[in-house]
Design a protein around this ligand. Structure first.
Ligand SMILES: CC(C)(COP(=O)(O)OP(=O)(O)OC[C@H]1O[C@@H](n2cnc3c(N)ncnc32)[C@H](O)[C@@H]1OP(=O)(O)O)[C@@H](O)C(=O)NCCC(=O)NCCS
Length: 218
């Protein structure tokens, strides 16, 4: 994930100990007592990474609670994102004086079933995937990129973005993508200078798809 983001973004990837580390009280409250073990492990690893990313930014390892909408609550002056999938977890954080928003996502590199594919991809994106070089499950790359786009969009705009609200183009050789956001969503955003496009990077390696994007300062 480190290589996908600019140097102003602190990135922490979970090591073995992070999955079984301790939550801070403000984080524990958000997880609740009833969480199943896998959810507890994911949440815990995400918070361990988030706090380490804060330290890398020169900040104390403050608690990163979750809001009612599940978005992580970063300390004032920080933007960030968390992702976890089977065996992999990472967090990214940056000062708001350096970037406006950041998103990251990781998925197992796998085929996705036709139902999910229809939900995630626009028909033209589905056709586009078929034209891309073989050997990569491109639909899951687009899926991950769209989740990254959502994590960039949501903290800035505070509203929902459907999978079909972003049309993706990617450059398979450069490992880059750009999402054009539906103009209806941009027009309805109700914030200054809502992002009409979000660009990022992706890599497929070690059985994982990793995607990341930043929204630069205005
Ligand atoms: C929120 C969402 C993107 C998370 O992605 P995911 O692949 O399910 O899971 P990941 O492990 O990668 O990310 C989970 C983390 O995302 C973060 N997250 C949750 N809601 C969020 C939001 N609204 N904004 C930013 N981050 C959010 C949380 O930190 C969460 O981890 P935690 O609950 O342990 O704190 C996904 O569940 C979702 O709702 N997607 C639908 C919206 C969407 O993606 N639209 C596409 C627009 S192009």
């Amino acid at each position: 994930m480190r290589d996908l983001l600019p140097s102003t973004v602190a990135v922490a990837v979970a090591g073995r100990a992070d999955w079984a580390s301790e939550l801070l009280p403000a984080e524990q409250v958000c997880l609740g007592e009833q969480a199943v073990p896998t959810r507890r492990r994911d949440f815990t690893a995400g918070r361990a990474c988030a706090r380490r990313a804060l330290v890398e930014l020169g900040l104390p390892p403050t608690a990163v609670p979750a809001a009612a909408d599940r978005a992580p609550v970063w300390p004032a002056g920080v933007v960030g994102a968390i992702t976890h999938t089977t065996g992999y977890c990472a967090a990214a954080a940056a000062h708001t004086t350096d970037i406006r928003s950041v998103g990251i996502d990781a998925e197992l590199h796998r085929e996705i079933n036709p139902g999910v594919r229809r939900l995630v991809l626009l028909p033209e994106e589905d056709a586009y995937c078929a034209r891309l070089p073989s050997g990569t499950h491109w639909p899951i790359v687009l899926f991950s990129a769209k989740e990254t786009v959502y994590k960039v969009w949501y903290p800035v705009v505070g509203s929902w973005l459907d999978f079909h609200d972003a049309r993706l183009d990617l450059d398979p050789d450069a490992g880059t993508f750009t999402a054009r956001i539906a103009s209806a969503r941009v027009d309805a955003a109700g914030v200054d200078d809502p992002p009409a496009s979000i660009s990022g990077r992706f890599v497929v390696a070690d059985g994982l798809v990793r995607t990341a994007a930043v929204l630069p300062l205005r």
